[in-house]
Design a protein around this ligand. Structure first.
Ligand SMILES: C[S@@+](CC[C@H](N)C(=O)[O-])C[C@H]1O[C@@H](n2cnc3c(N)ncnc32)[C@H](O)[C@@H]1O
Length: 255
């Protein structure tokens, strides 16, 4: 069965020649338009740097109720997503869209997956094409992970009700690393996690707001002083909030 859903009429035009193409398989396609049809991700699609197609998994079912889930073997609460529609959907998308992209990856959003990080987002941004599978209920039948999926990605150590928000987080995060999507390359180069540090605090006008003054170095016009203040602030903030990043950096440097 063929199934292709434009997100909605308000979704930016689908550009087939985009640098990075993402197909999303979901039982809630309507969740995507408000997020992916706005702001920087909208402009990335309009400029042809990113193309997103959202597909309804229920279009790959064959029963009257279009059911995608069933009870878990072994008992227990909740339902599990059945493998057949997911395999059919991904195989159909691969046939239709992956032929020309040898590097097509099928990715399952799952709490058990590798944690999403800046280095992983950069790797994904280099891919021509990926298929994201959004789970629901108690998750997906394990045979999907075993035989269909190239990698699983988690967006954090907590459990959400479905894979749609994680899929949108992955898309947003990787899109920032597609050349040209963020206006100033420098803007991503200095961001949190780029070099293992959190970013320094940012200020804008006015110079004094409710008796809170912008730190002197930032008003000095002295680039060396500004850079050194920012570096000190990055180190202080990382030490206070994320000592694990400092330990990881030290371990990496030790080899
Ligand atoms: C309620 S969760 C299933 C949780 C599963 N029973 C467990 O304990 O690991 C349903 C779906 O939401 C998505 N999901 C939930 N939390 C996630 C996370 N932290 N990262 C990525 N996907 C997540 C996955 O697609 C998952 O199949």
């Amino acid at each position: 069965m063929r199934a292709q859903r434009r997100v909605t009429a308000r979704t930016p035009r689908v550009v087939r020649t985009a640098a990075v193409q993402v197909d999303v398989v979901t039982i809630f396609p309507e969740m995507f338009a408000p997020v992916l049809g706005a702001s920087i991700i909208k402009r990335a699609q309009e400029s042809g740097r990113l193309a997103i197609r959202v597909h309804n998994l229920r279009d790959y079912t064959h029963d009257k109720h279009r059911s995608v889930d069933d009870r878990p073997y072994g008992g227990g609460p909740g339902m599990v997503m059945r493998p057949e529609p997911i395999f059919e959907a991904v195989e159909d998308l691969k046939r239709r869209f992956c032929g020309r992209h040898a590097g097509c990856q099928t990715i399952l959003l799952a709490p058990q997956g590798e944690p999403l990080s800046t280095p992983l987002a950069k790797q994904l941004a280099l891919r021509r094409h990926m298929i994201l599978i959004c789970g629901h209920y108690e998750g997906v039948d394990e045979r999907v992970r075993e035989a269909l999926v190239d990698r699983s990605i988690s967006i954090g150590d907590y459990v959400l009700t479905g894979g749609e928000l994680p899929a949108m987080v992955v898309i947003d995060c990787l899109a920032r690393h597609i050349p040209g999507v963020i206006g100033h390359a420098q803007a991503t180069a200095e961001e949190s996690f780029e070099a293992g540090w959190l970013e320094y605090p940012q200020y804008t006008r006015p110079p004094v707001f409710r008796e809170m003054a912008v730190p002197d170095p930032l008003l000095s016009g002295d680039h060396g002083r500004i850079a050194s203040w920012r570096q000190q602030q990055s180190v202080a903030s990382t030490t206070a909030s994320r000592p694990d990043l400092i330990r990881a950096r030290a371990a990496q440097q030790r080899g």
